[in-house]
Design a protein around this ligand. Structure first.
Ligand code: DP6
Length: 332
């Protein structure tokens, strides 16, 4: 069985270049067709392909500097190395750098309003990979970085590009074909709104939630094939510019993912009463003609997708919505 360290050794030129200060930014992303379930936990390989939209200038900025000792500063606060989040970051740094690495200082911050309650592991591990690549002058390609960032968090594979990005599950046992690719489709009218229900930490990590779902949910066996089909179909609708079909499928895919979790034994439910009340308001408004669709990840917050021409109608129904223009200033 291949070990994570062997994959890093095979892809990153050793010895590493001399460490110098480097900074990198990666956008956060929201999956329109979700990743849920691993076929190999050790190599963090997914059971199904997924497709996301990146959030433009909302994301993580990470700086790496030479230092006397390892330090990690997250959003301006020093993080103790014994927290689970810090341990995950240092494990990734150790894999990337190999044995005998120099001490380094990592300073990382999310410019996503904390109140938006969006997870930061996708943009966090993509920005960390980009910053390590620059700090040690590794000159890795984005597909290689995407493949390696998977070891930090699966959704990070999709945070190396703006716009729509597909992460192919791949089928190689060592995961060498499991990385993301940008679709390179411009969709300037595409908009996202975040409806925050709770900005606190998740009740269970996505890793734990998906592992438990795969193991115990009687509804899970139908998920990987259906999720792969949704992913291919959403891509086709993106290429044809069919917004309604994208929105309908994205909402159905998210609800199907949550259904697999709710059928797990015992149930995993990230959605809260306020999430359901937002969905009821959305579905009622849709009957009155609002063309907007919802998606939810491993947390209670709702993300809406709609087109620019619908933005004021969305704000009428949801005055607290935080609007994002994912294609602003980008030439995908
Ligand atoms: C529901 O990427 O956080 O957001 O690979 O275990 O770190 P790990 O999981 P993670 O899972 C994301 C799950 C999701 C759907 C998605 O983003 O595709």
């Amino acid at each position: 069985m291949v070990k994570p360290a062997e994959i890093f050794e095979a892809n990153i030129p050793r010895p590493l270049g001399e460490l110098r200060e480097a900074q990198a930014f990666a956008p956060s992303n929201i999956a329109l067709s979700k990743y849920w379930g691993k076929r190999d936990a050790g190599l963090n390989l997914p059971l199904n392909s997924s497709l996301s939209i990146s959030l433009g200038s909302w994301g993580t900025e990470t700086t790496i500097r030479p230092s006397e000792q390892d330090t990690l500063i997250f959003n301006g606060t020093k993080m103790a190395s014994d927290t689970a989040a810090a341990a995950k970051i240092w494990r990734f740094v150790d894999l990337f750098c190999g044995v005998g690495r120099p001490a380094l200082a990592i300073e990382t911050s999310n410019n996503i309003p904390t109140a938006a309650g969006l997870a930061s592991s996708a943009s966090g591990f993509a920005a960390l990979t980009l910053a390590l690549n620059a700090a040690f002058a590794c000159n890795l390609s984005k597909p290689t970085m995407s493949m390696l960032a998977r070891f930090g968090s699966g959704s990070a594979t999709r945070s190396f590009w703006q716009g729509f990005v597909r992460w192919d599950a791949g089928d190689a046992p060592d995961g060498s074909d499991s990385f993301a690719t940008p679709l390179e489709v411009d969709f300037p009218s595409f908009r996202i709104a975040i409806l925050t229900v709770d900005s606190g930490p998740k009740s269970h990590s996505s890793t734990d939630g998906m592992t438990h779902t795969v193991r115990s949910s009687p509804l899970f066996e139908n998920w990987p094939d259906k999720a792969n089909a949704d992913c291919a179909e959403i891509e086709r609708h993106i290429r044809n510019g069919n917004f309604v079909a994208i929105g309908e499928l994205a909402e159905a895919n998210a609800l199907a993912m949550h259904a697999t979790m709710m059928a797990a034994r015992p149930a995993v439910c990230y959605l809260k009463p306020e999430t359901w009340s937002i969905l009821q308001d959305l579905w009622r408004a849709r009957q009155d003609g609002l063309v907007a669709y919802a998606t939810m990840d491993a947390g209670p917050n709702v993300k809406l997708v709609f087109e620019e021409s619908t933005a004021s109608d969305v704000l009428n129904v949801f005055p607290n919505a935080q609007m994002i223009n994912p294609f602003e200033g980008s030439s995908v």
